[in-house]
Design a protein around this ligand. Structure first.
Ligand SMILES: Cc1ncc(COP(=O)(O)O)c(C=O)c1O
Length: 388
C-alpha cells in the first residue's frame, strides 16, 4: 500500500552533503575489509580533552541530567565571556552569550532572529555548504559572494558592495579561518567588512568556529570591530568535541531575548551534560596546543608532499585543518576523481562541489584533522597514483 508523503518546497531545496556521501562510500569499503585514510570529514581524530571527559563523567555519576535555562548554564556563559577578555581583550557581558547545540543551532537562531522569509544573505563561495542548506530550509535566499583564488578566497568590501547593488542583501555572513580554503581574513580586512556591512545596513554574522587553529597568522573576532556583530563559535573543532553538539553565539543586547524565546521553543536548552563538559574545556589549553601542533605537522607534510604527487595547485592554508586543491589539470569531475581515489588508493577526500557548485568540479578538499600517522599513510598511498 502506498502512502502519500507531502514534501515541502523548503525540504526539496536543501541539497545533500557530498562529504557525507563520500563517508558512506568509505564506510562500505572498510566493511569489505579494505583500508581507508579518512580525509573527507572535518573532524579531529583526537578525543575531547581529559578534563572535559572527567567533568562529563562526574555529572553522569551524579545522575541528574536536567534541562538548563534556554540561554545556557550561567557559569558557562560567564566562562565564555571571560574567554573574549582573555583572548581578544574584548569585554562581552555574559548576558550576551547564548549556549547552543553546536554552531549549527547558532545559525538557525541567528537567521530566525534577524531575517524574515525571502531575505537575501551574502554567503562565501567556496564556503561551508550548510549555510545554503539552513538558509533555504528557513525560506531565506543564500546569495553567493564569489571569492577569487587570486584574492586568497577572502571577501572584500568591493565585492560585498557590488553584490548588494545587484541583489540587495539583508545580511552578510563571513567565516575566518574558512572552510574549505583555510583562509584567514586579516584583521584590517575584517574591520573593513564590518564597517561596510554597517554602512549598508546589513546584519553581520561572523563564523569563528576555526578560531585558535591558525598557522602563524593572527585571527581577530568581529566583536573587536563591531559590538553589533553576531558571532558564532563552537567547541566542535578547537576542543575536539564534534559529537557533543555544543557551541555558542555572542549577540547584541537587543537580540538576547528574541533568541532566548526561539531557543526555548525550538529545543529548550543545549544538552546539560555537554554544557558541564564544555565548562572544563577552556582550561585544557596544553592538550589542545599539542593537538594543534599535530595539525601543523600534517599541514607541513601535505604541503611538502602533495605537489610532487600531482596536486600542484594548492591554496595556501592559513588556518583550520583543510587543504583545498585545484585539480583542473587532471579533471573537471571532482566527484568521479574522489571516487577513483577512494577505490584505487583508499584515500577519502571531498569533491569541491560541496563548497562551490560552479568551480568545485575541479577542486577537492583534504581534511588533515587526523593523526600524523594517518597523514603519512595518505601520502604513501597517493604515491604514483597521479602522474605529476
Ligand atoms: C565553517 C563551519 N561552520 C560551522 C560548522 C558546524 O559545526 P558544529 O555544528 O559542529 O559546531 C562547520 C562544520 O564542519 C564548519 O565547517
Amino acid at each position: 500500500m502506498s502512502t502519500l508523503t507531502a514534501l515541502s518546497r523548503r525540504a526539496q531545496a536543501v541539497a545533500p552533503f557530498l562529504a557525507m556521501d563520500v563517508m558512506a562510500a568509505a564506510g562500505a569499503r572498510e566493511r569489505r575489509g579494505e583500508g581507508v585514510v579518512h580525509m573527507e570529514v572535518g573532524q579531529p581524530s583526537a578525543p575531547a580533552p581529559r578534563a572535559v571527559i572527567a567533568a562529563a563523567q562526574a555529572a553522569l555519576a551524579d545522575g541528574r541530567i536536567p534541562y538548563t535555562e534556554a540561554l545556557g548554564l550561567p557559569a558557562l556563559r560567564a566562562r565564555i565571556a571571560r574567554h573574549y577578555a582573555e583572548t581578544y581583550g574584548v569585554t562581552v557581558s555574559p548576558e550576551r552569550v547564548v549556549v547552543t547545540t553546536g554552531s549549527s543551532a547558532g545559525f538557525v537562531l541567528a537567521f530566525l532572529a534577524l531575517f524574515d522569509a525571502g531575505a537575501r544573505i551574502g554567503v562565501p563561495r567556496p564556503g561551508y555548504p550548510a549555510y545554503d542548506g539552513i538558509l533555504r530550509a528557513l525560506d531565506l535566499i543564500p546569495q553567493p559572494l564569489t571569492l577569487q583564488a587570486e584574492d586568497r578566497y577572502a571577501p572584500t568590501s568591493a565585492l560585498v558592495g557590488a553584490v548588494h547593488a545587484a541583489h540587495p542583501l539583508s545580511g552578510l555572513l563571513v567565516m575566518s579561518p574558512a572552510n574549505p580554503s583555510g583562509t584567514v581574513i586579516a584583521p584590517a580586512r575584517l574591520a573593513e567588512l564590518c564597517a561596510t556591512a554597517r554602512g549598508l545596513g546589513l546584519a553581520f554574522i561572523s563564523d569563528e568556529i576555526y578560531h585558535g587553529l591558525s598557522y602563524g597568522v593572527p585571527t581577530a573576532t568581529a566583536l573587536q570591530f563591531d559590538e553589533g556583530a553576531v558571532v558564532i563559535n563552537s567547541f566542535s573543532k578547537f576542543y575536539c568535541m564534534t559529537g557533543w553538539r555544543i557551541g555558542w553565539m555572542v549577540v547584541p543586547e537587543a537580540l538576547v531575548r528574541p533568541v532566548e524565546r526561539l531557543a526555548q521553543n525550538l529545543y529548550i536548552s543545549a544538552p546539560y551534560l555537554s554544557q558541564v563538559a564544555a565548562l572544563a574545556a577552556f582550561d585544557t589549553l596544553d592538550e589542545i596546543v599539542a593537538i594543534r601542533e599535530g595539525y601543523a605537522r600534517n599541514r607541513a607534510l601535505l604541503l611538502d608532499a602533495l605537489p610532487s604527487l600531482g596536486f600542484t595547485d594548492i591554496h595556501p592554508v592559513d588556518g583550520a585543518f583543510y587543504l583545498y586543491a585545484d585539480i583542473a589539470r587532471h579533471t573537471n569531475d571532482a566527484s568521479a576523481f574522489c571516487r577513483r581515489m577512494l577505490d584505487e588508493a583508499g584515500v577519502a577526500a571531498t569533491p569541491g562541489l560541496d563548497f562551490d557548485p560552479e568551480e568545485g568540479g575541479h577542486h577537492i578538499r583534504f581534511s588533515f584533522a587526523g593523526s600524523n600517522t594517518e597523514c603519512a599513510e595518505a601520502v604513501a598511498r597517493l604515491k604514483g597514483w597521479l602522474r605529476p
